[in-house]
Structure formats: structure tokens, C-alpha cells
Design a protein around this ligand. Structure first.
Ligand SMILES: Cc1cc2nc3c(=O)[nH]c(=O)nc-3n(C[C@H](O)[C@H](O)[C@H](O)COP(=O)(O)OP(=O)(O)OC[C@H]3O[C@@H](n4cnc5c(N)ncnc54)[C@H](O)[C@@H]3O)c2cc1C
Length: 444
């Protein structure tokens, strides 16, 4: 008998997991709380975008979805830093040709949903998961317009319903389910740099732009229509915080003082500032990621993180690939598969969360420091000389499928070693010498 799979949430990870499950030959039905994305008019720009990197691509390739996504992806080969005077400096993300990719969230979601539907996945929108009976394996949904209630019994319920997952909330009510959430003191707000009248980009297109300002920052990722989506990450309270920006004049003054080269790029800056919401960010942890042989969590529902490594979606896509490999390994035996899934994926959920917090400090503060840029140059040279001995942390996370837990562990060891190199008194003069490379080799 074919197994019946119910997925709560048709976001990025839910839609990809539907593709994976359908390709295994299961019957798959997805239930999504929001209106039907397929009926909305989605355009190439004016949308929130995300950075897609190697492990995301690897997971997409395995279900033949990468080709469709390539059409909507813009490669970003480097970060370009904007200082307060408007001077630019830049840093390549990896070796020549290596890039992370800017993709519109809604277009990516649409591509995956449409592919899943073509394969025969049933998609039900305006259906909110409200409750789960773990004894009988029944999920309860309520129509968001008519309030009509539906109960679905299936062999497997996949909770892909995001950071505020209803599936996880029901799991937490059970005995011994671990759970924690930690909000950070920063919030974020999106702003749009429109394209030039001729549709071209106002900044260099194939780059992620950063305005690092110590305790906070602004970033911009390119869209296909020539616009850029910016995200301001700032503290809710205190100096130079959201709470200080109450009037159009205060907003204008703040941007002119802190991000002066951005001001001419956004003609309706303060209007956008007050129209767009300020949203919070949190890290959510739970364990285990399964209940018996009939419920599992994937994506943000299992490991929501702060967005500073651009890895939340990539990690969720990786969950789908690893789960598929484990189903192969366990011959579709859900019980033994899910036990291993929880055990092997949880350290990687923790790993991506630790990496994300670490990269916030790198982006907002370190990218503005000449010493940090020098350290990266030294690491790059060493990698080119000894590629089998050293992969920089950013590359491990963004350009390989090395597990997040291993990347975090190796990265922290590398950081310690680099600190002793950076403490050499005249390092800025001697960094290019053979001595430095040999010293690194000895310290490894
Ligand atoms: C500002 C910002 C920038 C980011 N940038 C990046 C980036 O560059 N790269 C990257 O990899 N990640 C990034 N992320 C993280 C990324 O957005 C998430 O990790 C990713 O969206 C998780 O996908 P998901 O499908 O698990 O959850 P979601 O995308 O949240 O999807 C969950 C779906 O479930 C639905 N749902 C919710 N509750 C219910 C319910 N009760 N019943 C039914 N359906 C429900 C929702 O409507 C939604 O469609 C960023 C996040 C933020 C906030």
C-alpha cells in the first residue's frame, strides 16, 4: 500500500519536501495557511530575496529542480562594503567563479509549488493546522475563511510550518520535548532601491552590498528587475535604534548621517521606512525532531535561526536531502529512520544557529576592519597553496556540503590559529612571505 504523507506548510522547505516525498512514490498532500501563491501576481522584483548557496543547490539538484531555479538566480561573487564616507572595498566570497545566489523568495516558492503540483502533489491553501492527535496520527486543519474543520489521518505528518510551527507547538505539550527560544536585541526592516528608469541596477549587480556600522548594519541583494532589496538590522532600543526613529525628519537625518551614499538611491526612503514593518528575529531549538514513526519537523520548524549567514533555507533544504538519504538507508522504515534523523540533524541545527550568530558580528563589525580583511587574504593565500589542508569557514558553509556542526568546529579551531598569526607584530608587512605560510603549516 502506498504511504500517505501530509505536509503542514507549503513554504520553501515544505514544497521541496513534497517533491522529495512524491519522488519516493508516496501520496502527498500539502496544507498551507496562506492564500494560494499560485494565484498571486508575482513579478521579478519588489520581493524579499534570499541567498541560495551550495547545499541548497545540492538539495534542489537531487529532485531536478535546480535548472528551474537557475533562471531566477543572480550570482553574487563578492561582498562590497560601503563606509560612512561612501568609499567602497570588496572581498571575494571564494575562489574565482564561486558565488552565492540572490533569489526572490516568492518566485522560488512558486517554482517549487508548481513543480510539486505537476508531479501530482495535492495542494490545499487557506488551511491552518490547529491541532494534532499523536495517538492516532491525525492532524486537524481549519479553513482560514470559512472556519470549516478537516481532520486528516496519514502515515506521516511533516511539520514544515516555519519558525512559529503549530506542529512543534503541539509536540512541546508532550512530556520531555525540549524547547527554547531566544530573541535577539535587533530587529529588521526591508527597504527597496528601485532600478534606474532603463531597468538597470543602481549598484554593482553581482555582489552583496554591506554597510557595516559596528553594532548594526544594512545589506542589499539584487533583484532581476534592476531593483535591490535592502535589509536594515538595528537594535530595537538604545543608541541609533528603531525606537529613536519616530518622524520622517529623524529617519532622513539618521540615513544621511549613517548611510549617506544610500540616500540618493531611495527617493521615498522615509515613506518606505514607516510603511514597512519592523520584524523580530529569534533562534528556536527543540529536540527530538520526531514523534514515533508518524511526525517529523523540517526547516525553520526544527531550527529557526537569525538570518546572518544566509543559511536558514539552505539548512532546511539540506534536511530534505538528508531525510531522503536516511529513508533509502532504512528501507522506508519510518521508526528507525526518524530516530537517526533527529540524532544526526540536531547538531547541525545547532551548528547553523551558532554560525549565524557568529556571522552577525563578522558582517556588521569585522568587515569594516582592515585587520579582518588582511586575515582573509592570508587565509586565501594559504588555501591556494594547501587546498587539502584549509578551507575557509565561509567556504565550508557556503560552497561545500560539509556538515554545519563540523564546519563550526573546524572554523573555531582555524580562528584560534589565525589569532596567533594576526598577533605577529608586523603582520601587515610580512603577511605575503613564505615564513608566514610555513608558520601556519606548523601550527595546524
Ligand atoms: C530577513 C531574513 C532573511 C533571510 N535570508 C536568508 C538567506 O539569505 N538564505 C537562507 O538560506 N535563508 C534566509 N532566511 C531564512 C529563511 O527565510 C528560512 O529559513 C526559510 O524560509 C525556512 O523555510 P520554511 O519552509 O521552513 O519556513 P517558512 O518559509 O516560514 O514557511 C512556512 C510555511 O508554513 C505556513 N504555515 C505556518 N503556520 C502554519 C499552520 N499552522 N498551518 C499550515 N501552514 C502554516 C506559512 O504560511 C509558510 O508558508 C532569512 C530569513 C529572514 C527573516
Amino acid at each position: 500500500m502506498k504511504k500517505n504523507i501530509t505536509i503542514a506548510g507549503a513554504g520553501l522547505v515544505g514544497s521541496l519536501s513534497a517533491l522529495y516525498m512524491k519522488k519516493r512514490g508516496f501520496n502527498v498532500a500539502m496544507y498551507e495557511r496562506r492564500d494560494d501563491l499560485r494565484l498571486a501576481k508575482i513579478t521579478a522584483g519588489k520581493s524579499i530575496n534570499l541567498a541560495l548557496s551550495e547545499r541548497g543547490w545540492t538539495a534542489l539538484k537531487k529532485v531536478d529542480a535546480a535548472k528551474d531555479v537557475e533562471k531566477i538566480a543572480i550570482p553574487m561573487y563578492k561582498r562590497i562594503m560601503h563606509d560612512v564616507q561612501g568609499n567602497l572595498s570588496e572581498q571575494a566570497y571564494g575562489n574565482p567563479g564561486q558565488a552565492i545566489y540572490s533569489v526572490s523568495r516568492s518566485m522560488l516558492n512558486l517554482v517549487l509549488m508548481e513543480k510539486a503540483e505537476k508531479l501530482g502533489v495535492d495542494i490545499h491553501c487557506n488551511q491552518k493546522c490547529t491541532d494534532i492527535d499523536f495517538e492516532t496520527g491525525t492532524a486537524h486543519f481549519e479553513h482560514t475563511n470559512s472556519n470549516e474543520k478537516t481532520s486528516i489521518h496519514s502515515d506521516l505528518l511533516i511539520g514544515a510550518d516555519g519558525a512559529f510551527s503549530a506542529v512543534r507547538n503541539q509536540m512541546v505539550k508532550r512530556s520531555r520535548q525540549q524547547y527554547s527560544q531566544q530573541y535577539i536585541e535587533h530587529g529588521y526592516k526591508e527597504l527597496l532601491i528601485p532600478a534606474h528608469d532603463n531597468g538597470s541596477h543602481k549598484l554593482e549587480k553581482n555582489a552583496l552590498h554591506i554597510w557595516p556600522r559596528g553594532n548594526f548594519m544594512l545589506i542589499a541583494l539584487p533583484n532581476l528587475d534592476g531593483s535591490y532589496t535592502c535589509t536594515l538590522f538595528a537594535p530595537y532600543e538604545g543608541q541609533e535604534s528603531f525606537e529613536k526613529l519616530k518622524t520622517h525628519e529623524e529617519v532622513q537625518e539618521y540615513f544621511e548621517k549613517i548611510f549617506p551614499d544610500l540616500v540618493p538611491l531611495i527617493p521615498d526612503l522615509s515613506d518606505q521606512f514607516f510603511t514597512n514593518p519592523t520584524s523580530s528575529m529569534a533562534i528556536m531549538r527543540t529536540y527530538p525532531w520526531h514523534v514515533n514513526d508518524h511526525t517529523i519537523l523540517v526547516g525553520d520548524a526544527a531550527h529557526a535561526t537569525v538570518p546572518f549567514y544566509g543559511q536558514g533555507m539552505n539548512a532546511g533544504f539540506e534536511d530534505c536531502r538528508i531525510l531522503d538519504e536516511l529513508l533509502d538507508k532504512h528501507n522506508n522504515n519510518f521508526k528507525t529512520c526518524f530516530e537517526e534523523y533527529s540524532r544526526v540533524r540536531k547538531p547541525n541545527g545547532d551548528g547553523v544557529q551558532d554560525l549565524s550568530m557568529h556571522n552577525f558580528i563578522v558582517m556588521r563589525d569585522k568587515t569594516a576592519q582592515p585587520n579582518f580583511l588582511l586575515q582573509k587574504k592570508i587565509e586565501q593565500k594559504f588555501t591556494q597553496l594547501y587546498p587539502e589542508k584549509w578551507t575557509p569557514l565561509y567556504s565550508m558553509v557556503s560552497f561545500t556540503n560539509i556538515s554545519y556542526a563540523d564546519a563550526w568546529h573546524i572554523g573555531m579551531k582555524q580562528e584560534k590559529l589565525m589569532q596567533s598569526i594576526m598577533n605577529i607584530p608586523n603582520i601587515s608587512e610580512v603577511w605575503d612571505s613564505d615564513d608566514i605560510m610555513e608558520k601556519m603549516l606548523r601550527l595546524l
